[in-house]
Design a protein around this ligand. Structure first.
Ligand code: SAM
Length: 291
């Protein structure tokens, strides 16, 4: 008789408040043969709190290539495995994608056990449009990559959702201001579901000022929500604005307009007016070579 295979459960855990652990997550975690956890010590604390004694195995970015085949073999031989991350939903800026993809490829059953997720939790209470949104995870660490990455999001009309740590929030805010404009509306959702949960609402510059003057706002974990590009309602203009801003950083307006026209196909007159409106490209210093 053919042996039946097990299942891979993808189990969400709380992002701070243990009251958010679902009954189903507890049941699944106590009944599976093996729990694959991003950080076994962290998960052990959670399991101990709920009196769960299932066996744990470490599964993280650095060992997934060697551990994933073992987990898949366990499932194929009939055992049930649960995947958890340190907090929230696995795979969402957390390990697990390659395991789930490989399980699907092998035709194994993958069962989601939903629960907390910081992005959705923040969006649900931010008061920014929630009919269309784009989750983009953590911004790149280096400034030039971050600016280019943000520039690529400038035309997005849905609410943007980013993850960030309190330590890097001021640098990231400065770059959001530069790439998307200082007047974009933002919501910073900090320490969600925890004792010091805070929602700060304002423009980029207002929030940067607020956080600069209050070190507490730089502690802990943050979700950054950015209002989508609703100012223009015109994706061509949004792209032209983005290109002009970048070129205007190092070129005088006339040159920036000429190149932006070739890159975007927007007429020079319109770009020139836009450049004046945005005040780009005018304060570029003339170097000795050019003088
Ligand atoms: N998988 C998790 C989820 O479902 O939300 C996210 C894991 S990711 C490694 C951690 C990031 O999520 C943090 O740096 C922060 O941006 C966000 N985050 C997690 N918990 C949070 C909380 N309680 N409050 C605010 N942001 C949180």
């Amino acid at each position: 008789m053919q042996q039946s295979t097990g299942l891979l459960y993808v189990v969400a855990t709380p992002i701070g408040n243990l009251g958010d652990m679902t009954d189903r997550a507890r049941k699944v975690l106590s009944e599976v043969d093996l729990i694959a956890a991003e950080d076994t010590r962290q998960t052990l604390r959670l399991l101990t709190h709920f009196g769960i004694s299932s066996k744990l195995v470490a599964y993280h970015d650095h060992n997934e290539a060697s551990v994933a085949p073992r987990l898949l073999a366990e499932i194929e031989s009939g055992r049930n495995v649960a995947l958890v991350s340190d907090a929230g939903t696995p795979l969402i800026s957390d390990p697990g994608f390659s395991l789930v993809a490989a399980a699907r490829e092998r035709g194994l059953g993958v069962v989601p056990v939903p629960g907390a997720n910081a992005a959705i939790c923040a969006l649900s209470a931010a008061g920014l449009p929630s009919d269309r949104f784009l989750f983009v995870g953590f911004p790149p660490r280096t400034r030039s990559h971050r600016l280019a990455w943000l520039g690529g999001l400038a035309a997005e009309r849905g609410t943007l959702i980013l993850y960030e740590s309190g330590k890097r929030i001021l640098a990231t805010l400065a770059d959001i201001g530069e790439a998307l404009g200082e007047t974009r509306r933002l919501v910073l959702a900090r320490e969600l579901t925890k004792h010091f949960e805070t929602f700060l609402v304002g423009t980029v510059s207002e929030l940067a000022q607020r956080i600069e003057g209050d070190a507490e706002q730089r502690l802990g974990e943050l979700v950054v929500l950015i209002e989508g590009n609703t100012a223009t309602g015109d994706p061509d203009r949004a792209e032209a604005e983005r290109v002009l801003r970048i070129l205007g950083e190092s070129l005088p307006l006339a040159q920036a307009v000429a190149i932006a026209a070739r890159l975007t196909g927007v007429k020079k007159n319109a770009l020139y007016r836009l450049g004046l409106e945005l005040d780009v490209g005018r304060s570029v210093a003339v170097t000795d070579d050019e003088a």
